[in-house]
Design a protein around this ligand. Sequence first.
Ligand code: GLP
Length: 259
Amino acid sequence: MAEVVIVENAAAAGELVAAEIVELIDRRADAVLGLATGSTPLPVYQALRTRLAGRDVSQVRGFALDEYVGLDPAHAESYRSVITRDVVEPLGLDPRRIHVPNGAAETIQHAGDDYETAIEVAGGVDLQILGIGTDGHIGFNEPGSSFASRTRVKTLTEQTREDNARFFDSIDDVPRHCITQGLGTILRARHLVLLAFGEGKAQAVADAVEGPLAAILPGSAIQLHPHATVVVDEAAASRLKLADYYRYTFANKPAWQGI
Ligand code: GLP
């Protein structure tokens, strides 16, 4: 099962995960990070600003989870722009080493395979940061996604389009299609770190961690991973049946183990 760490707030989660990432980069200068968009991972990127300051990050590589199809990469809400703004620029990463799936309509037929190849050539993702949608999606793997899926085009649910409308002028501007790493792609990363904050994510977290393995609960795919860490605040943990056990386990965790 995933290791669940219940922290006081999002800032504490950011520090915990950032510390793990810094340790990884210290071990391996060309570490491959799996980058997520959305508001959830922002405290991690924020904490990394301070923790990575003065360190050489020129070799660090990264792969984003997903991208909208048909949205100009220069659009402020394309995930290429978001990753550049939230991660590449503030952390001083080399933009040539940071990949985002190509959502251009003209090349979309082979964009998924191209992305899979690029991840493979890089030797796979060392640590994959994940958020979770209110409908349980990870990346943009909407309910029904195969656990074996690879990077491909998906149709966004209306719920996801409504959730993401806040980033656009109107819901009509939210694309209907995306290209996303598959659940099978995500499961090949060596360490998964899923973060979630707030009551609105409590059910999705409970389904992912304790729910049955089911394609209708895409987050439940993390139960198949040998090293998955779920970092949540009290509100997001509020529907976990085994919350007390997770608290006890973390409090008694050997110091050498990390997350
Ligand atoms: C978006 C992204 C996901 C993200 C999720 C939650 O649609 N494709 O990668 O995890 O929705 O977003 P937020 O963290 O803003 O709640």
